[in-house]
Design a protein around this ligand. Structure first.
Ligand code: SAH
Ligand code: SF4
Ligand code: F3S
Length: 440
């Protein structure tokens, strides 16, 4: 029988990149990828544990595969990613139909693990963190493929220990990939036609600071900016405490750097920020925003906000609302606080009723929806440059690309435009995308 796998990916860019690696490794041992779990001999879930909802979703999906296993005992089911890292072997006890659990540092071991399960009919678990040296050797890298925009991993892990966050526990200590290797990968991608790279890591601004002699993040950006063939650079995620003046100046002088920065603030109240262990105040953050806008007046900012952190008062919440009004983000991603076991905030008294948190959350969404709408409406009638990425989900002869502000624009066009920059006049703005027409 042909060996086939079905893979589901949850969570952030780190998991997206790990999943790319999983696909390559499984193809390397003779598996073919399918998009229907019913026709797969191996089902894998690459999971996220950032909030309770993400965990419940992954377990929900896992449960859906149980009937398939009941029907076909030879089916192999595996779980990787951040839930696997956190729960380890306990998952095998809890889910008797699960065969394989692998952690965030063990993706490279997947071929051996899969073969072990296949040949020896055993269930296995590998969730050991690796030492720094081994991790340096194993940085995920991928060339090949036909996308015009690609993620490039520049660092892994996180040492910030924001009091609410599980990432440092499930991804391990922060480590930067040597800039030489990053540049090699970017050169190779440029050579195969990639036009845009997004440098990714949990906290890219502290790139290089833990390794002596390594480039700073601003220097790395400069080096990537010099790579011929690469036309656009993005990066994510940034931590406000590590944004240097040099990095701010990049937005004024690196022509390939897109005019968008995702700069999560989490809260507008300095008291809450202290309790979150974020390492900056409201004033410091607002000063960063002012300096960024001074350097690059049409930069657009996006952010993450947590509502209902333990002890958040109505006054603290109001401070977040006024910050949103002041900064006027193009977009925010907002979340109600979710207690994660093992994190410092899990032990804090949390007396705010869920209904109050929900009501704050909705009030905030209402305010931000209006701010986002006015931001994106400004573009209507303007001509924007897009990097065309592919055929639009709308079908119907429509293509899509992104503006420098990372907004998706759909427009009538032909597939030969993929990989090219085109000028479109924006004709309409929706909640999550825009419509445009090609300029001659
Ligand atoms: N390293 C990135 C992303 C972390 S996860 C950063 O520091 O910005 C993405 C977002 O999830 C965070 O910015 C935060 O807003 C949210 N988040 C993380 N843990 C959370 C929790 N326990 N409850 C609610 N939201 C959380
Ligand atoms: Fe989590 Fe904070 Fe690290 Fe981001 S910087 S991953 S929020 S601990
Ligand atoms: Fe989720 Fe793990 Fe990323 S917890 S947000 S997939 S690092």
């Amino acid at each position: 029988m042909n060996k086939t796998f079905y893979l589901e990916t949850f969570g952030c860019q780190m998991n997206v990149v790990d999943s790319e690696r999983i696909v390559a490794l499984l193809i390397g041992i003779g598996y073919g990828q399918v998009d229907d779990p019913k026709s797969a001999s191996l089902i894998l879930l690459n999971t996220c544990s950032i909030r309770d909802k993400a965990v419940r979703k992954a377990y929900g999906h896992l449960g859906r595969f149980k009937p398939l296993k009941d029907k076909n005992p030879d089916l192999m089911i595996g779980m990787g990613g951040c839930i696997a890292q956190q729960e380890g072997g306990a998952l095998l006890d809890e889910f008797p139909y699960l065969d394989l659990v692998f952690g965030t540092h063990n993706v490279h071991r997947l071929p051996e693990l899969v073969q072990q399960v296949e040949e020896n009919r055993v269930r296995c678990e590998e969730t050991e963190f690796l030492d720094m040296e081994t991790r340096l050797r194993l940085f995920p890298s991928r060339t090949g493929g036909d996308e015009v925009s690609r993620f490039v991993t520049v660092m892994q892990g996180c040492d910030n220990f924001c009091s609410y966050c599980v990432v440092p526990y499930v991804r391990g200590r922060e480590i930067s990939r040597p800039s030489r290797e990053i540049l090699e990968e970017v050169h190779a991608l440029a050579g195969q036609g990639v036009k845009e790279v997004t440098l990714i890591g949990q906290n890219v601004n502290s790139y290089g600071t833990r390794q002596s002699g390594e480039a700073s993040f601003a220097e790395l950006l400069e080096q990537v900016n010099a790579v011929e063939g690469i036309e656009r650079i993005r990066f994510t995620t940034s931590h406000p405490k590590d944004i240097s003046p040099e990095l701010i100046s990049c937005f004024g002088r690196l022509e390939k750097l897109c005019k968008h920065l995702h700069l999560p603030v989490q809260s507008g109240s300095s008291n809450v920020l202290r309790a979150m262990n974020r390492g900056y105040t409201r004033e410091h953050y607002l000063d960063l925003v002012a300096r960024l806008r001074e350097t690059c007046p049409d930069i657009r900012l996006t952010s993450d906000i947590i509502v209902g952190f333990p002890g958040e008062t109505e006054e603290d919440f109001t401070a977040t609302m006024t910050l949103l009004e002041q900064v006027r983000y193009a977009e925010i991603y907002s979340f109600i606080f979710s207690s994660r076991k093992g994190t410092a905030a899990a032990d804090l008294p949390d007396e705010t009723p869920a209904a109050v948190k929900q009501e704050r959350f909705e009030r905030m969404l209402q305010l931000q929806t209006e701010i986002s709408r006015t931001t994106w409406e400004q573009d209507v009638g303007q001509v924007c440059s897009l990097l065309v990425e592919g055929e639009s989900k709308l079908g119907d002869g429509q293509m899509f690309g992104r503006t420098t502000w990372n907004r998706i624009v759909n427009f009538p066009g032909t597939p030969d435009l993929v990989g090219q920059f085109v000028d479109v006049r924006i004709t309409k703005s929706f909640r999550n995308s825009q419509l445009g027409e090609l300029q001659g």
